[in-house]
Design a protein around this ligand. Structure first.
Ligand code: TRP
Length: 448
């Protein structure tokens, strides 16, 4: 008998912990700023509804049905030589995502220290930007951050304190949100910020392009932890009477709310401090300290914020190691410990070029993107949508939509063939989602 979640709340918290992280607070505002503000937000919300929530339901359902890890799930449900292998794409995507994610999380940890010793109490946003650029260009600092972050991830998973982390996230998650609300209140009273809020919230449909849509799809997959087998693995620990659709809604809504809150701080701050929309990955590392520095004890606030953000990143990285460990333990009957060490080491090697991307490797660029930006863009606009597309096609056409609906119904009796949701569901899963991803994928990609 496979392990099961002890409680409904344990599952919800772990899933929200995996979803909410740098994707919401660091990536969402950055991608929004680069893709037209409200135009992006508008498309993002549509993608959440028609792709994000359904794919989340599918992943949890596949996991609960197969009761096994990402790779074996497809093996158990079909003998087809191609479809039985698609789980590998998820596993590889997660590995690639974690490799650069850990670099950013490393910067977050470094910022905690820099704020603590008062190095971030600079008053001008431009000085903060110079500080950030200098830090990431330093040949060893980013690597140090990467090592610290991965060491923490490894220790948590190895000593089995993920239970402890769960308890901790009950406290850290709400604290991040409280800090975000304080930041929002402060930001919105800064001169010039209101204009930014309007830019963030008004859906200017004329600015929606296919590349905006592709970025929105990528961001939803990234932020919801989809296409990486994470929720699929979490689903495999679910009891049959769990209501998957309603749980998926709770997880999605929480994730979206945190992202919107972060956007409503960072984008108005961008306007208030006259920063460029294309500031890039440094955006939160400039705006957050700049806003806090307008308050008394600014450095202290900043250091607490980055510490909590590091914890939010840890609950995400831990979720990935769980996927990999579940796979290695099921498949090779290896002890957890070896699996975890090997996985962390691979992530480190893969992450190294990202850590050095703005420093010694800065001569390497493709379309103006350095190695880190490239891996980030590649995983969210190619790997994740591709993996998502295959999972949806598999469910609609190979495993069969009828079987899927039957499985979802367990624990969610309202989800049946007579009602509208289930009939809409078939159209979504068999036609709309695959065609939408495919179309936006190909055309958005060609348009660059
Ligand atoms: N969902 C996470 C976030 O928004 C990012 C994430 C998804 C992730 N999959 C991951 C992080 C795998 C590490 C490993 O922050």
């Amino acid at each position: 008998m496979r392990d099961q979640w002890n409680s409904r709340i344990g599952f919800i918290l772990a899933s929200i912990g995996s979803a909410v992280g740098l994707g919401n607070i660091w990536r969402f505002p950055t991608v929004t700023a680069e893709n037209g503000g409200g135009a992006f937000l508008f498309v993002y919300l549509i993608v959440v509804l028609i792709i994000g929530v359904p794919v989340m339901i599918i992943e949890l359902t596949l996991g609960r049905k197969s009761q096994t890890n990402v790779v074996s799930t497809f093996d158990t449900l079909t003998n087809h030589p191609f479809w039985s292998k698609i789980g590998f794409i998820g596993l590889i995507s997660a590995l690639v995502v974690l490799s650069f994610y850990a670099v950013i999380a490393g910067w977050v940890i470094l910022y905690f220290f820099f704020a603590l010793v008062g190095r971030l109490s600079l008053t001008s946003a431009n000085d903060l930007l110079v500080f950030f650029d200098t830090m990431i260009a330093h040949p060893y600092l980013s690597t140090l951050g990467l090592i610290i972050f991965l060491t923490f991830t490894l220790l948590i998973v190895m000593t089995g304190v993920s239970k402890g982390i769960e308890r901790f996230s009950k406290f850290s998650m709400p604290s991040v949100i409280i800090l975000l609300i304080i930041l929002f209140a402060r930001t919105i009273t800064l001169e010039g910020s209101f204009e930014g809020l309007i830019w963030f919230l008004s859906p200017r449909l004329e600015d929606v392009t296919l590349s905006v849509a592709l970025n929105a799809i990528g961001q939803v997959f990234f932020s919801f932890s989809l296409g990486m087998g994470i929720l699929l693995t979490y689903g495999s620990y679910l009891a049959k009477d769990t209501n998957i659709p309603s749980n998926s809604l709770i997880i999605s809504i929480s994730d979206v709310l945190v992202a919107i809150l972060a956007g409503a701080i960072v984008i108005p701050a961008l306007f208030a401090f006259n920063l460029e929309l294309e500031t890039g990955p440094g955006l939160i590392f400039v705006t957050i300290p700049a806003v806090f520095n307008t308050l008394p004890l600014g450095s202290l606030w900043t250091s607490v914020f980055f510490l909590l953000l590091a914890f939010a990143a840890l609950t995400s990285s831990v979720s990935f190691l769980e996927v990999l460990t579940a796979y290695t333990v099921d498949k090779f009957k290896q002890p957890r410990k070896n699996a975890t060490i090997l996985a962390t080491f691979s992530v480190f090697i893969l992450g190294l070029p990202s850590a050095l991307a703005a420093g010694p490797l800065d001569f390497f660029t493709v379309r103006g993107m350095n190695f880190l930006d490239l891996v980030d863009t590649f995983s969210s606009t190619v790997l994740l949508p591709l993996s998502g597309l295959l999972i949806v096609l598999f469910t609609g056409w190979v495993w069969g939509n009828k079987t899927a609906i039957k499985e979802i119904q367990q624990g969610a009796p309202a989800f049946n063939e007579e009602n509208l949701i289930a009939s809409l569901w078939s159209i979504l899963v068999k036609y709309l989602i695959p065609l939408a991803i495919l179309y936006i994928f190909i055309t958005g990609f060609l348009a660059g």
